[in-house]
Design a protein around this ligand. Sequence first.
Ligand SMILES: [Zn+2]
Ligand SMILES: [Zn+2]
Length: 296
Amino acid sequence: MTDTAERARAYIERRSIPEPNSGCWIWEGTFDETGNGNAIWERRGVYAHRIAYFGWYSDRDQTQDVFRKCGNTACVNPDHLVGGRKFTDLTGKKFGRLLVQAEVRKPPSKRIYWACLCDCGNTHTVRPDQLVSGEIVSCGCYMREAVARRETVHGHARRGSHSAEFEAWGALRERCNKPSSPEYKNYGGRGITVCQRWDESFQSFFDDVGRRPSPKHSLDRIDVNGNYEPGNVRWALYETQVNNKRNTVYFEPYGVRVPVSILARAVGMNRNTLKARLEHGFDLVSAIRGENYTNV
Ligand SMILES: [Zn+2]
Ligand SMILES: [Zn+2]
């Protein structure tokens, strides 16, 4: 018990009035919009109930939140005050594969998160509600394994021998998503993406694209600057692909060679419309606006 704690107790006792029925000590000073009593303590503005908590429980953790058992925000009776966390302490608890290790506060909101260790050895930071609700049960490894299991069931990824469709799916995801992949610069690095449906599930990809017609076929994008998504991908023979690449239309607006499809995507236009207008000799601005055509 310190002198400061003693002064705090005297301060609270002088400025509060006990209420006979509830046993609450009602703060005599002003209140803020939350209904908590305002006080000046050590030249700082603080809540009155925090001074009471410190006065009677100076040996406890003062960084915790302080709640009232009686529910009355005007009350400063130390017997009605409890310190604690807004979220129950989850340390040491296990949710699915995740073992909660420590509380983490993420700036700027200072929201509480929990740092967890997954059974697979990865660490993962999760919001408390996601843990308690069972929304998140692993670092992501559970979902990956579930996907892998499903693919095995459908006979596409047997141990050591992947189907051509599965290999194609793996390769396109690598080209687009993995910067360390040698081909990334020509795909992901140029903004070419895999649609979410395919990125998350081989089965969806397979449902959309179908079985490879023959070993001479490989996966081809119809618009070579378009994304991996339904409607833009087909199994094609090599010759078709070469031809398709040759058909790429380039345009040089300011001396920079840009494929028309990239231009079209950048301004949110249909590629063929833009291509047609440019081929008819319209300048870039008119071609994009689609009005007041002026032949160059
Ligand atoms: Zn009370
Ligand atoms: Zn894991």
